[in-house]
Design a protein around this ligand. Structure first.
Ligand SMILES: [Fe+2]
Ligand SMILES: [Fe+2]
Length: 166
């Protein structure tokens, strides 16, 4: 999938990146279905540091941009429903991410025990099950709609705001 609109393309690439991260998360959960992983296992450590960096960083920045700029843009173009629906999904996903990052902080300090691993699996699965369909829905519905509606001037302004001013 590719978009001519650079804002859409950037968001699509970020969706692909977070889906890949969540795939690593679910693979780790599956690999340790019957045991408790060592928090110092390099793959587990890397996964936790990527989650702890991406969720409050890139993912929150991405959500905030969609809510501040893209949903209002569509709303002005006459479509209020999609932004309200996707904002509601963000409000479900955010606290799961916050809880998972907090748990990762505990695991870094104390390692995994059975209870922390059970909680990690539960939150990780919830995050996957809410965020993957959300990103896919945006790829299929939100981004094509934005590409159809957005004039070149808005594209340039929003691209600069989101991508160039980091
Ligand atoms: Fe979103
Ligand atoms: Fe998105």
């Amino acid at each position: 999938m590719n978009f001519d609109n650079r804002v859409c393309q950037k968001l699509h690439e970020e969706h692909a990146a977070v889906i890949a991260l969540l795939e690593r998360l679910t693979q780790t959960i599956a690999r340790h279905r019957n045991d408790v992983p060592d928090a110092k296992d390099p793959m587990v450590t890397k996964l936790m540091s990527d989650l702890a960096a991406e969720l409050p960083g890139e993912v929150e920045r991405h959500f905030a941009f969609e809510e501040a700029e893209l949903f209002p843009y569509l709303s002005e173009a006459g479509n209020h429903g999609i932004g309200a629906h996707l904002t509601h999904e963000h409000s479900i996903i955010r606290p799961i991410g916050v809880a998972l990052v907090k748990l990762i902080g505990d695991v870094r300090a104390q390692g995994f025990d059975a209870a922390r691993w059970t909680e990690f699996r539960r939150l990780g699965q919830q995050l996957n099950d809410s965020l993957v369909p959300h990103a896919q829905k945006e790829d299929m519905a939100l981004l094509p709609m934005l590409e159809d509606n957005m004039d070149a001037e808005s594209e340039a302004r929003l691209y600069q705001e989101y991508v160039e001013n980091v």
